[in-house]
Design a protein around this ligand. Structure first.
Ligand SMILES: *Cc1c(COP(=O)(O)O)cnc(C)c1O
Length: 365
């Protein structure tokens, strides 16, 4: 008899849960990857076996997100955080400006980095009110001739998410989608560049996915280090230097899993149901729990809330931990509670957490 493996209710904000079937497959292939007699980690990144893994991951992503042929998919390193610098380095030309929509800590970090390279401004900000909402699309300001407009599609720390995006015409729209890429279908053609650290919805940390419109590559600044030019990686199919091979393999397996469970439409439906379980309980609690985000800006990925009093909240977090719910503490910068219900978090985990919330309220009212 096979022993039931212990799996935690993993609500970590990132790195976060991976699909169990992907982990099992990786385990099965670990020692002898498809007859090579070695693990993916031990393959040369110039070998045919690895090349297949690499190209498969690229084509799976293109297929799942319906990425047009006018875009390149790149696998980089340095996390989403290095993109905060690479974007202005490559695309903030002298004499041009770039707008940043400020919706939380990650937008602030992106903005601070860009300031080191050129002329940037706030295209909109919801800082007043502690980032409880996404600005109205009509209130996002940008100017014809701008180098680009940058936004963060899902705010992992504050728990807000864009529902639709500004139409920026000729101004390239750039989005940090680290925490909601692959959670629902998106219209890639609205964006000039999309980037995401893999460790939320895509795979393990160590890979950063960049989806970039090819014409943007040609307009990039040239006086920057080779490794920090998008064109270097585009020209070399992300094999200019050694890529994070194991991470890319895992990403490829996560993409295969995503396709097998029905693709992005099915995933979006499931995410909707998962988040609703928790938000409904917050709304039904008569103020025992309070959501941080305004209802029309709520994130389906990161659900942020507080408990009625600080004392009860402390107790809530302690008890959640005791009962095996991992990662419920809000980000160290804002406190409170946060449930991260990324793609690989099962519906049952959210259901169990909802029941815990209900019971805790009963016990403390
Ligand atoms: C996690 C996260 C980041 C930081 O990613 P790293 O890969 O750790 O650099 C940036 N932006 C968003 C929206 C995130 O969720």
């Amino acid at each position: 008899m096979k022993l039931q493996t212990h799996r935690a209710f993993n609500f970590n904000a990132g790195p976060s849960a991976l699909p169990i079937s992907v982990l099992e497959k990786a385990q099965a292939e670990l020692i002898d990857f498809r007859g090579t007699g070695m693990s993916v980690m031990e393959l040369s990144h110039r070998s045919l076996a690895y090349e297949e893994v690499h190209n498969q991951a690229i084509s799976s992503l293109k297929e799942l997100l319906s990425i047009p042929d006018t875009y390149e998919v790149l696998f980089l390193q340095g996390g989403a955080s290095l993109q905060f610098s690479m974007i202005p380095m490559n695309f903030l030309q002298i004499g041009k400006k770039a707008g940043y929509v400020m919706t939380g800590s990650w937008s602030e970090k992106a903005f601070s980095e860009a300031k080191l390279f050129g002329d940037v401004y706030h295209a909109a900000s919801t800082k007043e009110g502690n980032y409880r909402r996404i600005p109205n699309v009509e209130n996002v300001q940008y100017h014809t001739g701008d180098a680009y407009l940058h936004l963060t599609s899902n705010n992992t720390i504050f728990g807000t998410q864009w529902k639709d995006f500004p139409e920026t015409g000729d101004v390239p729209l750039i989005a940090d989608m680290s925490s909601d890429i692959l959670s629902k279908p998106i219209e890639v053609s609205k964006f000039a560049l999309i980037y995401a650290g893999a460790q939320k919805n895509l795979g393990p940390s160590g890979v950063t996915v960049v989806i970039i419109r090819k014409d943007l590559l040609e307009q990039a600044n040239t006086n920057i280090p080779t490794m920090l030019k998008y064109s270097t990686h585009a020209k070399n199919n992300s094999l200019y230097n050694t890529p994070p091979t194991f991470g890319i393999y895992m990403l490829g397996e996560v993409l295969t899993w995503a396709r097998e469970i029905g693709g992005l439409t099915a995933i979006a439906e499931q995410n909707d149901k998962k988040a609703k379980l928790i938000y409904d309980e917050i709304d039904a609690s008569n103020g025992f729990y309070s959501g941080h985000a305004e209802p029309d800006s709520r994130s389906l990925m990161n659900i942020t809330f507080t408990v009625k009093t600080k004392d009860l909240e402390k107790k809530f977090l302690e008890q959640a931990k005791q009962e095996g719910f991992i990662g419920i503490n809000g980000h160290r910068s804002i406190g409170g509670c946060r449930v991260s219900a990324y793609n690989a978090v099962p519906f049952e985990a959210c259901k169990a957490f909802r029941e815990f919330m209900i019971q805790f309220q009963k016990d403390h009212s």
